[in-house]
Design a protein around this ligand. Structure first.
Ligand SMILES: Cc1ncc(COP(=O)(O)O)c(C=O)c1O
Length: 448
């Protein structure tokens, strides 16, 4: 067993020991422990700023992986957490109900399209995806008792999380499929819609979808996709008409439709939910990330009467899922406060203004020799490069330039909190512009 160093001192020596301990013993997402990328110690966060131990302030362009839509140190969320903590931070949900969960369920039923009335609370986005898949499988077990509808149809370029069910519907090439192939359920994949958001609609976009559904619908429980914006799989924006066509084809072939709104939900694209771009309602909708305003982890899955009844009249008679921290009262109380804060804020105007500032700052970068494409939708700005970035080097460059931006693959993107000011967005865009020169000057040619 490793001997724990003295971590007590906040002085420079203590901080150094902590850094060394972290480097040697702590996994960070998708990094190696034998050749770790650097990490930066954040000691506090307020508004759109992260503060490092050495006193530097970084303007946050990530909303902590797209969750902290209100920024950090938000009094309304902190107050809700403090109030709830005084009552209870947690209590099991089996056989018990509490006002935080009931209040949150009522808000979500009210907020999401009308047929979605039945709420399951889970712990993270990935688990919400697992629950969505289970709902579809259990429901199809009733609708189609032959038991053949056990697979899913998903889009290439999609990302739905890191647990096994979620991985099995995530892009098979750009993900962990190759490593876990033997453990993943083989599902069907079709190309992401070639028709971009804002371009004229091309009906040929649905040809592959139609063909796979026509041939395999008796094997498919549900189609699962991220509506309008594919996030971690490529930051790709596609035509909302695709959602209408998917809905119609799913209805025709008796296949359920799952929308993963974990990244797009709560206003990020300029609509409260991305499905509003198409006026389409899925059978199952997964929410997470900004549900708590990024304050802590929680997710939810909403479904309609058909799926609810399918599950409840099925073989098990109940939905086979029930995590220990289901409907955690603290997270639910904060989520209620976050939803209320969002709805009482001028969020549409804020996202619209961020959209404009991102266009102003990023679109001119389309002419940079290192850039393949720039795209902006709502509070999402994406600069797609021709070559992969050197993430460690570019991240360090951004930190030295006073911003927190985490590029990946060939993408440098911004998803700032909705409360970001024009000056903060300008700083972020300028740093991206300078980062392109840094990347073009050779950093991009190094291996990630
Ligand atoms: C669309 C989508 N679905 C699911 C997930 C997984 O969520 P979590 O990381 O909370 O498990 C993510 C995370 O980035 C996501 O973007």
């Amino acid at each position: 067993m490793a001997s724990l160093p003295d971590l007590g001192s906040a002085a420079a020596g203590g901080a150094m020991k902590e850094e060394q301990f972290d480097l040697r013993h702590v996994w960070h997402p998708y990094t190696s422990l034998t050749s770790p990328l650097p990490t930066y110690e954040v000691v506090s966060a307020k508004g759109c700023s992260l503060f490092l131990r050495d006193g530097r302030r970084l303007v946050d362009g990530m909303s902590s992986w797209w969750a902290c839509i209100h920024g950090y140190g938000v009094p309304e969320l902190e107050h809700a957490a403090e109030e709830q903590i005084r009552k209870m931070s947690h209590v099991m949900f089996g056989g018990i109900r509490h006002a935080s969960a009931t209040g949150l369920a009522a808000r979500l039923v009210e907020l999401t399209p009308e047929p979605l009335q039945y709420v399951f609370f889970a712990d993270s986005g990935s688990v919400a995806v697992e629950v969505s898949l289970k709902m579809a499988l259990q429901c199809q077990g009733t609708l189609c008792p032959k038991g053949t509808r056990t697979r899913f149809l998903a889009l290439r370029g999609g990302y739905h999380g890191d647990t096994f069910g979620a991985m099995s519907v995530t892009d098979p090439e750009g993900s962990m499929h190759s490593i876990y192939r033997d453990f993943l359920t083989p599902n069907f994949f079709i190309s992401r819609p070639s028709c971009r958001f804002g371009d004229p609609w091309d009906p040929a976009c649905c040809d592959e979808l139609y063909e796979v559904l026509r041939e395999h619908h008796e094997e498919i429980a549900a189609v699962i996709l991220e509506p309008v914006v594919q996030g971690a799989g490529g930051m790709y924006f596609y035509h909302p008409e695709f959602l209408r066509k998917v809905r119609a084809l799913c209805d025709y072939f008796g296949v359920l439709l799952i929308f993963d709104e974990i990244a797009t939900g709560f206003g990020r694209t300029g609509k409260l939910f991305a499905c509003h771009w198409a006026g389409v309602v899925p059978d199952i909708m997964a929410l997470g990330k900004a549900l708590t305003g990024g304050f802590m982890t929680m997710s939810a899955v909403l479904t309609n009467e058909k799926v609810m009844k399918g599950i409840c009249t099925g073989r098990a008679g109940v939905l086979m899922h029930g995590p220990t921290f289901m409907a955690n009262p603290l997270a639910a109380a904060v989520s209620c406060a976050s939803v209320d804060l969002l709805l009482s804020s001028p969020w549409q105007e804020r996202v619209r203004r961020i959209d404009g500032w991102l266009r102003q700052g990023l679109l001119p970068l389309g002419g940079h020799p290192a850039v393949a494409e720039v795209r902006v939708l709502g509070a999402i700005g994406v600069v797609e490069l021709k070559d992969p970035v050197d993430m460690g080097a570019l991240q360090k460059f951004f930190v030295e330039h006073g911003v927190w931006i985490r590029p990946f693959g060939r993408l440098i993107y911004l998803m700032p909190p909705f409360v970001a000011s024009e000056e903060e967005i300008r700083l972020l865009c300028c740093a991206v512009a300078e980062g392109l020169d840094f990347h073009g000057a050779g950093a991009g040619s190094r291996e990630n």
